[in-house]
Design a binder for this molecule. Structure first.
Ligand code: UTP
Length: 305
């Protein structure tokens, strides 16, 4: 069941994907190719994230882009000429792959003219929402959040259920071993009646393991009440002179706005740096019906060396 039908109160229609960053960890490639278009096997990360949003009931992807990165939104345009050529050559399966992205959901874009931080990027989406949209999903395209239990039950649909129950805004967390926690933004939480739902009281960026308020680390999925846009207007630049989305969430918490996290038990990949990207690529390759077995054999031999 989609988020739209499972709980109207928690539902969202627009999924915002901030994609206006500089992608410095992938330089020099990102001089010419936006990192959102780097392939995981043969499919750009942004399509995987768009598919996740569509599966959770979103009907519009709103890409926050920057001058020079128009190819990210252009990727979702129909290419009927190419589809026809492939079909005429008997390559129906390839034609189907090309139809997939444009068929997922409607795609629009807004500009962030300068990379002034994730909060500033999300703020650019505010004026593009319809008056009756009370909540918006934000998906960081660097972060692949996989379904739990090996299935495709995505975290966003669960987040929409939690918003329907508790109101306010809902974020996504992973339970990380304490010895690794200092690489993450960490939530200060208390329990609720549901094991996978915690109430958030605050957040600490990259704490020392012994100071971390919990082992629940932030992931790049947010279901934000529309109040976030007003909060984004009121915060001042934080670390690095950037407007931080987490500062706006913290402001809402301080004003009594309910914020919860869903602790997701599925997998995750960080496509935002070469090491995480390589893991994701290998993981998806190993599961691929055509390439998986061959790669497994090659890797096994390679690792013997
Ligand atoms: P990151 O910091 O991971 O991405 O931001 P980046 O800035 O592109 O990459 P590096 O750090 O230089 O390698 C998380 C997400 O937020 C977007 C990025 O595009 C990325 O998808 N973002 C970040 C913006 O849209 N605008 C910003 O000002 C900052």
């Amino acid at each position: 069941m989609s988020a739209q039908t499972s709980s109207t109160a928690g539902a969202f229609r627009t999924a915002v994907v901030p994609a206006a960053g500089l992608g410095t960890r992938f330089l020099p490639t990102t001089k010419a190719v936006p990192k959102e278009l780097l392939p995981v096997v043969d499919t750009p990360g942004i399509e995987l994230v768009a598919a996740e949003a569509a599966a959770a009931g979103a009907d519009r992807l709103l890409i926050v882009t920057s001058p020079g990165k128009e190819s990210v939104a252009a990727y979702f345009r129909d290419d009927s000429e190419l589809v026809e050529t492939l079909e005429a050559r008997g390559k129906g399966a390839l034609a189907e792959k090309i139809r997939r992205a444009p068929g997922l959901l409607a795609v629009d874009s807004v500009y962030q003219y300068e990379p002034k931080g994730l909060g500033h990027a999300v703020a650019q989406a505010g004026p593009a929402l319809a008056d009756d949209e009370q909540a918006v999903a934000v998906l960081l395209p660097d972060d692949l959040v996989l379904g739990s239990g090996g299935g495709d039950s995505g975290v966003l649909a669960r987040m929409a259920e939690v918003r329907a129950t508790h109101g306010g805004s809902v974020l996504c967390a992973f339970d990380i071993p304490r010895e690794q926690i200092s690489a993450y933004g960490v939530f200060d939480v208390s329990d609720t009646g549901d094991d996978d739902v915690k109430q958030v009281h605050g957040m600490v960026e990259k704490p020392d393991a012994e100071d971390a308020p919990s082992t629940f680390a932030a992931a790049g999925r947010y279901l934000l009440d529309r109040a976030i846009f007003d909060a984004l207007d009121r915060i001042t630049p934080g670390s690095g002179g950037e407007l931080q989305l987490t500062d706006a969430v913290a402001l809402l918490i301080s004003e009594g706005h309910p914020v919860h996290v869903v602790v997701h038990s599925g997998g995750r990949h960080d496509l935002g740096n070469p090491a995480g990207y390589a893991r994701a690529y290998v993981d998806f390759m190993l599961q691929h019906p055509e390439y998986g077995e061959d790669l497994r054999g090659w890797l096994t031999d390679r690792l013997k060396d």
